[in-house]
Write a protein that binds this ligand. Structure first.
Ligand code: SF4
Length: 314
């Protein structure tokens, strides 16, 4: 078995970062007022069919406040509620956080990094909003601060990407990861389990492709139908096209999926979490991510299995 951190049967990103930087890092989300080419008409209008950015924007995030105020409020929020962190990463999360001029990006990232307690940034974006110039800015910041880059993969199948109106091909995704690799950026890919038209068998098979992407970490999300999205309409019109995961089924599936992932791939998340007010389906009750994760970890134990099992000849 691969040398996973003590007590784990997969390769968690949190432990990796703690080991590398010597303490726990806490992300603080900001809405820097970006939009997205898949919404403003440059690529498409309406966005990816599953997307409603309000569903994952914490209450203190609002572009009207400016990012310094959001960071201050976010740090205060986390310090009140959670264990003390060794440093904060400003998380540029909603929309496409590299979709602006180079000058604007530099100004926003610098403002974030000048806030007290901030040790780095985590930037989430679309593969088609990423290029050499942006990679160079991030690489320069990375010489003295922590920089994490998140790129949306969502699916490795162009037919699925089209169906969800993603507005770019899988080939563009690969190009973005290659650029990031050239600049030695730390990358995490987002991937959704259960998109319409993809069977469980196909998803497991697609791990072969995922394993070839030059990324450091992966974030897995079960498909959730979010209120006020194009997907909500599609789901109500064509429910048979959607094979949403029930909780127990997902736990088994994500364990199996992870058995097919290369063991050195760090795992950022094993499931997604949409606030109940935004969620149409599936209904997993009011269970939080921490509890889902504990159940997934318990299932790894029960099955006496681990990440990458099927790549290591059992
Ligand atoms: S998911 Fe991201 S890329 Fe897609 S429409 Fe929403 S903000 Fe844009």
């Amino acid at each position: 078995m691969f040398d996973f951190p003590l007590g784990k049967r997969y390769n968690p990103l949190t432990q990796h970062l703690r080991q590398k930087f010597g303490h726990r890092l806490q992300k603080v989300s900001v809405d820097a007022g970006f939009t997205c080419p898949n919404r403003d008409g440059s690529v498409a209008i309406g966005g990816c069919t599953y997307c409603n950015n309000s569903a994952f924007n914490p209450s203190y995030c609002s572009p009207q406040k400016g990012i310094s105020q959001q960071i201050a409020e976010g740090i205060e929020f986390h310090e009140r509620r959670y264990r003390r962190a060794g440093g904060f990463l400003v998380y540029f999360q909603p929309y496409s956080n590299t979709y602006a001029s180079i000058d604007k990006l530099q100004a926003l990232y610098s403002e974030a990094l000048s806030a007290e307690g901030v040790v780095g940034i985590s930037v989430s974006t679309r593969p088609d909003c990423f290029n050499d110039e942006i990679a160079q800015i991030l690489a320069d910041i990375g010489k003295s601060k922590i920089v994490l880059l998140e790129l949306g993969i969502e699916s490795v199948r162009n037919s699925t990407l089209q169906r969800i109106n993603r507005g770019h091909s899988f080939e563009i995704t690969i190009e973005a990861f290659e650029i990031a690799k050239k600049h030695q950026l730390f990358t995490t890919g987002h991937y959704i389990l259960g998109l319409p038209g993809e069977t469980r068998e196909q998803m497991l098979d697609d791990t072969k492709v995922l394993n070839t992407i030059p990324m450091n970490a992966i974030k897995l999300h079960q498909l959730q139908i979010v209120r006020d999205t194009a997907m909500e309409c599609d789901f109500r019109n064509l429910p048979a096209d959607y094979q949403l995961f029930e909780l127990a089924e997902y736990i088994d599936f994500v364990v199996s999926f992870t058995e097919h992932l290369r063991p050195d791939l760090l795992i950022d998340r094993l499931a997604g979490e949409v606030p109940p007010a935004f969620l149409v389906a599936p209904d997993w009750g009011l269970i939080r991510y921490d509890s889902v994760l504990r159940r997934i970890e318990k299932r790894f134990e029960e099955l006496d299995t681990y990440q990458g099992k099927y790549l290591m000849g059992n």
